[in-house]
Write a protein that binds this ligand. Structure first.
Ligand code: GDP
Length: 182
């Protein structure tokens, strides 16, 4: 089955987004405490795709050793990704582009791993600021090695924003996937 990976810095709102997408309140545990999602979880959705919950990266308060372990899990996953169709890189809409996220996207690009950006917590910003921050990300990506801006989604798990759009996007890719593999 096709897989879609969700990844981002700790506390970016990944668990909340996964819960919003799956309509299950306690599927992925959320907490105010960063760094809680530790291992890779696969969730089967609608019987026809897997949502892959990857560990959060870049949490300052975990030890160097466990950071390395996380990184290993993440790289191993991407190296073995047989059915991975697209990765969703989550970034908090409130911040200007962060190096750790830009580096990660660059790494995905270098390794030929398709990704989209999912901006989280859109309810926390005024629309004009949302536009500013989204443009800042896209501009920075285009200044780098990118010829084309990645597809992006603006979401808020607390307000249910972006859910339909994301699910529709996944459904559309899945239709193509099943046709190809029929
Ligand atoms: P994770 O560590 O990436 O899985 O992040 P969580 O989903 O646990 O969320 C981290 C914190 O951000 C929690 O306090 C959430 O309540 C909060 N949060 C997550 N998504 C949203 C959102 O869309 N809007 C707002 N206002 N807060 C959010």
């Amino acid at each position: 089955l096709p897989e879609y990976a969700f990844i981002g810095r700790s506390n970016v709102g990944k668990s909340s987004l996964i819960n919003m997408l799956t309509n299950r309140k306690s599927l992925a545990k959320t907490s105010g405490r960063p760094g809680k999602t530790q291992l890779i979880n696969h969730f089967k959705i609608n019987g026809n795709w897997f949502l892959v919950d990857l560990p959060g990266y870049g949490y300052a308060r975990v030890s160097k050793k466990s950071k390395k372990t996380f990184q290993k899990y993440i790289t191993n996953y991407f190296e073995q990704r047989r059915q991975l169709v697209c990765s969703f890189v989550l970034v908090d809409i409130r911040h200007k582009p962060q190096k750790i996220d830009m580096d990660f996207m660059e790494w995905l690009g270098e390794n030929g791993i398709p990704f989209c950006i999912v901006f989280t917590k859109a309810d926390k910003l005024k629309p004009v600021m949302i536009e500013n921050n989204v443009s800042a990300y896209l501009e920075e990506l285009l200044e780098g090695a990118w010829e084309e801006a990645p597809k992006y989604f603006i979401t808020s798990s607390s307000k249910g924003i972006g859910r339909e759009e994301l699910l529709r996007f996944i459904d559309e890719i899945n239709s193509g996937f099943f046709e190809e593999n029929a």
